[in-house]
Design a protein around this ligand. Structure first.
Ligand code: NAP
Length: 294
């Protein structure tokens, strides 16, 4: 990292907790590679201190920052404005300074899309099935809508939550028509599913033996289907191990993490950023951690 001096500009991430955030590692690796006079820091901010912290970040001239749990929604009233994507997703993960105040957007959608667009350009014939209807599923719905997927199905375990999820998309800045289902209906959808996305935490470390669907159900997918797991620890998850063993295309959550960060850094620096440095830094870190879990 280049020396921090009196002219160094500040970037960072606010959250509670932020101790485990991989963003400082990835962003500072990119900043060092480019050689710009910035540093990216973790800022632990409790929910009750959010407003004070945002005013403080403005007062000390912070250039821009990421937002993680639990502030992705609660920061919205503290912003001067936000993008249509952030409004539709209902969450902000990236903020920068404007003359009117903080402007927020959501780069998770771009992060989710990057590895899919690298696979094929045309998704209009593809039916997408999204497992889970929480925060990350919102970025996935927005992404599938941008891909113009033929149908977007969301699977959940609570019918009321599913209905609220569906309704929220009807009134979003960028409305999306989705179909909602309980898990029991999943087997009927699988033979038509070109893209199956796991947005639940099932299979996340330390519950690495769990998978949202089993090997038998995975066999019902068409042979060219893509299985996409937003989880990035472990690599691969059980879900993706099953998918790969059946010859399906498997994508894990690391690229989404890298690309949402790259998209944020591009906006702050207004220049191209070294995505491969960010990816390699995280891959090496996660590989070392899986060898020596703390
Ligand atoms: P969330 O808001 O808590 O949503 C989780 C969803 O999974 C909810 O719909 C929840 O259902 C469902 N769920 C949880 N446990 C389940 C179970 N045992 N059976 C069936 N459904 C279950 O969490 P999130 O923020 O969306 O994050 C979800 C996952 O995505 C996490 O693993 C996270 O690490 C990952 N993620 C990755 C990235 C990336 O950049 N790669 C970005 C964001 C998130 P209920 O609502 O009924 O509880």
């Amino acid at each position: 990292m280049s020396a921090i001096t009196g002219t160094t500009k500040l970037l960072g991430v606010i959250g509670d907790p932020v101790e485990h955030s991989l963003s400082p590692l990835m962003q500072n690796a990119a900043i060092a590679q480019i050689g710009v006079d910035f540093v990216y820091l973790p800022f632990p901010v409790k929910a009750e201190n959010l407003e004070t912290a945002i005013a403080g970040l403005k007062a000390i001239g912070v250039h821009g920052f990421n937002i993680t749990i639990p502030h992705k929604q609660t920061i919205i009233p503290l912003l001067a404005d936000r993008s249509d994507i952030a409004q539709s997703v209902g969450a902000v993960n990236t903020v920068w300074r404007t003359e009117k105040g903080w402007y927020g957007t959501n780069t998770d959608v771009e992060g989710f899309l990057a590895p899919l667009l690298a696979k094929k350009p045309d998704w209009q014939e593809t039916e997408a099935v999204i497992l889970g209807n929480g925060g990350a599923a919102r970025a996935v719905v927005a992404g599938c809508s941008q891909l113009k997927c033929q149908k977007i199905h969301t699977i959940g375990r609570n019918w009321e939550k599913l209905q609220q999820f569906q309704e929220s998309w009807q009134t979003a800045a960028i409305p999306v028509d989705i179909q909602i289902h309980l898990w029991e209906e999943l087997p009927e959808l699988l033979p038509y599913t070109g893209l199956l996305v796991n947005t639940t935490p099932i299979g996340m470390s330390p519950h690495t033996d769990a998978s949202p669907i089993d090997a038998t159900q995975m066999q019902w997918l068409p042979p060219n289907a893509i299985a996409y797991d937003l989880i990035y620890t472990p690599r691969p998850t059980k879900f993706l191990q099953i998918a790969s063993s059946q010859g399906l295309i498997a994508i894990d959550g690391l690229e989404m993490l890298v690309q949402q960060g790259a998209s944020a850094l591009r906006r702050w620096l207004r220049q191209d950023v070294p995505v491969s440095t960010m990816r390699n830094t995280l891959q090496e870190h996660l590989a070392a951690k899986s060898q020596h879990p703390s």
